[in-house]
Design a protein around this ligand. Structure first.
Ligand code: ADP
Ligand code: ZN
Length: 431
């Protein structure tokens, strides 16, 4: 364990610590963030009414739309002079979701990723290859910081360029791999196709997350590379990767509860559910200074498990994410909402507001096809003009949504109409 005091402390002691920290963060939000103050006032709650974790359920929720509405700095609880980093991910429309971190926030995040890597057995003698993307996306820098913190040797590859990734794994003797599970699967298959076997490599374990995956994928990745494949979870709004991590027992992800309190709620009634019940995951950050979050609704569906873990950690575990309560898709690690694609299409000459997103998995990688109906006029236009319209839509989706999609312009009225809620997405990925 990277921090045995915190990871294995008694549950009673931890609850007392959480209560203390919760009171402080509520006070901080109330004093510094107008939206939180207004919401608490509306509910008739003052910071001093919150005496501990038992009062969490009275606090207002936070939604992704709040981050969009307050974009970029409206939710900061610290002056901009104390913010040392901005990270972000795609939001529900064209604008990204951004979060500001103080140096203290970066230090906590770094420790949480150090715990994550340590749980995979990593230490100073390891060579950690980071194949998550670097940039606004939290994956690359998060894994990088954590690996540095445990004193490992870091190879900051970023995502893509499979040939070079494999060369580095082999030549540099990479022992720990960090990337999305779909990319891990692709890398594993490519390693085999290159005629290499696990005996040619020193890989021992991998920390894979940022998108949903399954036990079946775990087995396959483990076989291909002869490694322990571990699930890790996080989101930009909370701190990025490091929110929770699997230990080598592989029985769910330990939530770093001394910094983040998880709840499971019934998404319809918004009432908390007990451990073991499936529902929507909600997080409260209790040590974050830059942009703390009270009861942030992730829209991810899972269960909490408070049974003891053989590893000795007393941190509660969350199961695999089994679905979402909204329509967010994750395409090659990028969050994509159908509404973003729609915002690209509306107002574009030559297309009708009828579209369909078809997602597939080809060679372990996500492929997004956007089918768009042409107007009658466009349909009878020249092939060249139709092609250039397709190229324009492709470029706009790439720059606004951040994914490369195959655009297929289809004849007028060819996309099935529905009488109720339009079906915008066909997801053929067999997860
Ligand atoms: P990340 O850097 O983790 O991708 P984002 O903020 O871009 O952060 O996306 C967060 C979302 O990614 C989560 O709400 C969840 O839907 C998904 N996600 C992250 N990690 C996992 C995981 N291990 N399993 C399933 N989904 C995950
Ligand atoms: Zn454990």
């Amino acid at each position: 364990m990277f921090n045995p005091t915190m990871e294995a402390m008694s549950r009673d002691e931890r609850r007392a610590l959480q209560s203390e920290r919760l009171k402080q963060v509520v006070r901080r939000e109330y004093d510094n963030v107008a939206v939180y103050r207004a919401r608490m006032d509306a509910k008739g709650i003052k910071p001093e009414d919150v005496r501990g974790v038992e009062d969490l359920k009275f606090l207002p929720f936070t939604e992704k739309t709040d981050l969009r509405d307050q974009y970029p700095y409206g939710l900061l609880a610290a002056p901009l002079s104390e913010i040392v980093r901005i990270q972000g991910s795609s939001g529900t429309t064209g604008k990204p979701i951004v979060s500001g971190y103080t140096q203290g926030d970066i230090d906590v995040w770094t420790e949480l990723m150090a715990r994550t890597l340590s749980a995979a057995g990593a230490g100073p003698n390891d060579i950690v290859q980071v194949a998550y993307g670097y940039g606004l996306f939290t994956g690359g820098l998060g894994a990088h910081q954590g690996a540095s913190r445990i004193g490992a040797t870091v190879i900051p590859m970023s995502s893509g360029n499979t040939h070079r990734q494999i060369m580095m794994i082999k030549d540099l003797g990479t022992t720990i791999l960090c990337c999305t599970p779909s990319y891990a699967l692709y890398l594993g298959e490519s390693i085999r196709e290159a005629g290499l076997t696990p005996k040619d490599l020193k890989l021992r374990a991998g920390c894979f997350g940022a998108e949903p995956w399954t036990e079946g994928m775990r087995t396959r990745i483990e076989e291909l590379m002869d490694i322990d494949a571990l699930d890790i979870y996080g989101l930009t709004e909370i701190c990025g990767p490091g929110v929770s991590f699997e230990c080598l027992e592989k029985k769910g992800m330990h939530v770093n509860e001394d910094h983040i309190i998880p709840e499971i709620i019934d998404p319809a009634t918004e009432q908390p559910l007990p451990p073991g019940a499936a529902g929507e995951l909600v997080f409260t950050t209790i040590t974050k200074q830059g942009m703390p979050m009270l009861r942030y609704r992730t829209h991810d569906i899972c269960k909490l498990d408070d049974s003891p873990c053989a590893c000795g950690r007393t941190l509660i575990r969350m199961g695999r994410i089994t679905g979402r309560t909204d329509d967010m898709l994750i395409i090659r690690g990028v969050n994509v909402f159908p509404s973003q694609i729609e915002s690209v299409l509306v107002g574009l000459e030559g297309v009708a507001p009828h579209y369909l997103l078809v997602v597939d998995r080809v060679n372990s990688q996500d492929v997004l096809e956007v089918q768009v109906e042409m107007t009658e006029d466009m349909f009878s236009d020249t092939v060249g003009n139709i092609q250039s319209l397709g190229a324009r839509i492709h470029d706009r989706i790439r720059s606004i949504v951040g994914v490369s999609a195959k655009v297929k312009l289809v004849p007028p009225r060819s996309i099935p109409r529905s009488e109720g809620k339009a079906k915008r997405v066909i997801d053929n990925r067999k997860l």
